[in-house]
Ligand binder design. Structure first.
Ligand SMILES: *Cc1c(COP(=O)(O)O)cnc(C)c1O
Length: 384
């Protein structure tokens, strides 16, 4: 079944499959028996393997067992769910916060809860798939504005119908690493009475002087009413949150279907996320290390004359065009000891297949040198 469709994907070099990645020390992993430098994880601060997270999870496990046993509104709310929500709100500087089981569940829950038919959503053309799906589920009219183009968003807003208006954007774009023009979007939202929703999955823990995210980076505290973030990337844990005023959070508790109709996160996951918040609040070394590693890698690529996308974050896109080219480059990098996957349509627009590199706090200067050396070979051999 579906053989034809699979063959079509294969012909377009767009077939996907999972790979078993064995975790080893530091930023090294083992794939197919080969030790590789991991250059595609979102574990920016290197917390996924941190002892404090393991201890946080273990203590929670011992005290509250593994499964939550029910959804949050039934009997699934443990003291750790509450504590994590309180800590998250404090971390984000908002009145309240609500946990979701994943970033995907957050966006497909929050957006349809807030927006409905008769409403208008303005959505950046490169928004994450979970935002796109949330917009679809909402049945609101969704108008897509050109990537990071607040003027285009404004011209579309002028044609919005009478209902509620929303502007939705990634804070840091997941496949490009650039930032949304949040200062412009905040002004636009205020001028047109629109609700601004920011998905900061990749900004949380990394952007801003204290890692509070894109909002802090732009000094827009108090001006973005719906801030979504995840514990699954820089925090090295799992799950997601939305932070905002008490009334919005209370409304989401009542209306967000992915919150209401899904079993609560295991308390041990909350224990790990709490440990991660402690680290981000108390220690800025991991964050500083990510930015150093990023600077070193960008410098190395520049010296080689390798073009990369307009990035503001530890995400570095090398757009090579066709999916076949991206696959070939990824395979060559693999042979050279670098694990960086090809990102192809429909994750990115047709003709913009790429290698998406990410740096983390675990990468040493030597590691980055190794990666740059691998790219020197790929460049010489004509892969980019
Ligand atoms: C990864 C990601 C998500 C999904 O988060 P998960 O916790 O992995 O489900 C949502 N939005 C953006 C922008 C992301 O990059």
């Amino acid at each position: 079944m579906f053989e034809h469709e699979l063959n079509e994907l294969e012909k377009k070099s767009q077939l996907r499959w999972t790979r078993i990645v064995e975790m080893c020390a530091g930023p090294r992993v083992v794939v197919d028996g080969k030790s590789l430098l991991l250059m595609c994880s979102n574990d920016y601060l290197g917390l996924a393997g941190h002892d404090a997270l393991k201890k946080g999870a273990q203590a929670a496990l011992d005290r509250y067992n593994f499964g939550a046993g029910a959804s949050r509104l039934i009997s699934g709310t443990s003291p750790l769910h509450e504590e994590l929500e309180t800590r998250t709100a404090r971390f984000k500087g908002t009145q309240a916060a609500l946990l979701f089981n994943s970033g995907y569940a957050a966006n497909t829950g929050i957006i349809p809860a807030l927006a409905g038919s008769g409403d208008t959503i303005l959505s950046d053309s490169l928004n994450h798939a979970s935002i796109i799906d949330g917009c679809r589920l909402s049945r609101a009219r969704t108008l897509v504005y050109r990537h990071r183009d607040a003027n285009h968003a404004e011209s579309l807003l002028k044609s919005a119908a009478a209902g509620r208006r929303f502007i939705i954007t990634d804070g840091v774009f997941s496949m490009d690493g650039d930032l949304a023009p949040l200062p412009d979007l905040v002004v636009l939202a205020e001028r047109y009475d629109a609700v601004l929703i920011v998905d900061d999955a990749h900004g949380t823990g990394v952007m801003g002087s204290r890692g509070r995210g894109s909002t802090e980076h732009f000094h827009l505290e108090g001006r973005i009413p719906v801030q979504m973030g995840t514990f699954s990337k820089a925090f090295g844990s799992f799950g997601a949150f939305v932070a905002g005023d008490d009334d919005i959070i209370h409304y989401l508790i009542n209306k967000a279907r992915s919150f209401i109709f899904s079993t609560a996160l295991p308390p041990a996951v909350c224990g790990a996320s709490l440990a991660a918040i402690d680290i981000v609040e108390q220690d800025d070394k991991p964050k500083n290390r990510v930015w150093e590693a990023r600077a070193q890698l960008l410098d190395g690529l520049e010296r080689l004359g390798i073009a990369f996308g307009n990035t503001d974050s530890p995400i570095i896109p090398l757009v090579v065009g066709s999916s076949a080219n991206a696959n070939n480059l990824a395979s060559r990098l693999f042979e050279l000891g670098v694990f960086a996957l090809a990102i192809r349509p429909p994750t990115v627009p047709e003709g913009t297949a790429r290698i998406r590199l990410t740096v983390t706090a675990l990468h040493s200067r030597n590691d980055i040198d190794t990666v740059v050396a691998a790219f020197a070979v790929c460049k010489q051999e004509g892969y980019l």
